[in-house]
Design a protein around this ligand. Structure first.
Ligand code: ATP
Ligand code: MG
Length: 221
């Protein structure tokens, strides 16, 4: 049997920062399962589950869904995955969610995508999505091979109902007030946990990515 490395990571960044796109690439390269809270919620809405029906208006208004609902949903998905490596995208989004995750799992690294808000506004309006798989396209810099159709399945692409300018503004606000504190939470947590070693040199993947090694270095004397 080959060597199996259990790696568990979180990707963070404002709405539209490219979490979905980058996560696909990272999870393929490293053999991790990509789990996106937004994709899970949209699948629930599409399937008209009780949670989906209850949460739809929250999401369409650009507000976060309640912590206990999303924590139960995502921790349930992770439990079903058993002992596999994963990359979490969109969860945790608040400090209570981060604490709930911490209680259940050891997370190895946190990646933060740092993209300026004006760039985001522009990107989101040209974003197209393949709903069943979560694959994302952008008409200006990552277009599908055939306009309007998914590269893999050929099925039609859709735009997200929460990608309108007003809702995007509210999502950015929610990010600032509720999600940025999670980054601070992990900065402190990582420093405490890995004070005497810098284990993630190799995961500093360049570009706009801030690997955990850099977070650690920034905080060390
Ligand atoms: P991106 O543009 O990178 O997909 P996003 O943050 O705008 O990021 P999703 O992650 O797809 O969008 O989430 C869409 C909506 O689902 C959020 O605006 C929010 O209402 C809800 N949601 C998703 N994850 C969470 C979470 N962890 N806690 C609370 N609400 C969430
Ligand atoms: Mg996403």
């Amino acid at each position: 049997m080959g060597l199996r490395v259990l790696f568990r990571a979180i990707i963070m960044g404002p709405p539209g920062s490219g979490k979905g796109t980058i996560s696909d690439r990272i999870s393929k390269s490293f053999g991790l399962t990509h789990l996106s809270s937004g994709d899970v919620l949209r699948a629930n809405i599409k399937a008209k589950t009780e949670i989906g029906l209850l949460m739809k208006s929250c999401i369409d208004q650009g507000q976060l869904v309640p912590d206990d609902v999303i924590s139960r949903l995502i921790l349930g998905e992770l439990r079903q995955m058993g002992s596999s490596g994963w990359l979490l995208d969109g969860f945790p989004r608040t400090v209570p969610q981060a604490e709930a995750l911490d209680d259940a799992y050891n997370v190895d690294t946190v990646i933060n995508l740092d993209v300026p808000f004006p760039t985001i506004q522009e990107r989101l309006t040209s974003r197209w999505l393949h709903l069943p798989s979560g694959r994302v396209y952008n008409t200006s810099f990552n277009p599908p091979k055939v306009p309007g159709l998914d590269d893999v399945t050929g099925e039609p692409l859709t735009q997200r109902s929460d990608d309108t300018p007003d809702t995007v503004a509210r999502r950015l606000k929610a990010y600032e007030t509720q999600t940025q504190p999670v980054l601070e939470y992990y900065r402190n947590w990582i420093v405490g946990r890995f004070k005497h070693r810098l284990p993630f040199e190799a995961t500093n993947l360049s570009g706009q990515m801030v690997g955990c090694s850099r977070l650690v270095k920034n905080k060390l004397p």
